[in-house]
Design a protein around this ligand. Sequence first.
Ligand SMILES: [Zn+2]
Length: 208
Amino acid sequence: MCVLAPSQNRDPKSFQFDLPVNQRSVNALLREKWYPTARRIARTCTSARRVDPLSGVVLIVVHATAGSSTDGAFSVMREGRASYHWLVPDEDEAAHGCHVWATAPERRAAWHVRSRCHHRNVAHGATHLNHRSLGIEIVNRQAREKPDRFSMWQVRATANIIRYAWAKYPNLRHVVSHARLDPMRRTDPGQHFPWEQLEEDVLKRHLK
Ligand SMILES: [Zn+2]
């Protein structure tokens, strides 16, 4: 199995890249399937966006689960505690290498960043970022002692989601880690996430 070396930059609080202004992705193919029951429960764990669902989306937040399965990750949505728009499965799951899971309608605000969180380099320091963002959750154990490396497919699949969104949302600018927005409480996607590889996959393939 192909795994990636972690980033040179090992501080998840600094993970951010911005998409070039006045450019859009041209490669927008997204292989997604709806996670079973996700559509049915969406209204119980998402909110109506306070901004226009297309022009108001300005950032994508990358998370990792600190768990070992897609179903474990989805349980927070089932319990109405949190939500996100896509789930990227782990290496030992059947969907890995095939497709990502759609877990919430893009037109709705998912609950993946605390309301008061903000960063001066993201959306001019605005709060309530769930209304302006899309959330991607990657299944990964985030073990400190024995790191669970992210697979190349997981990183590429995440990049594919970002390119798909970049083609669709005219004002999408920022790609950031959860840790950057909530540095006191969150470290995901973690120091072993190959952030530079993600940036390269999003931007270089776009430029081909
Ligand atoms: Zn997170």
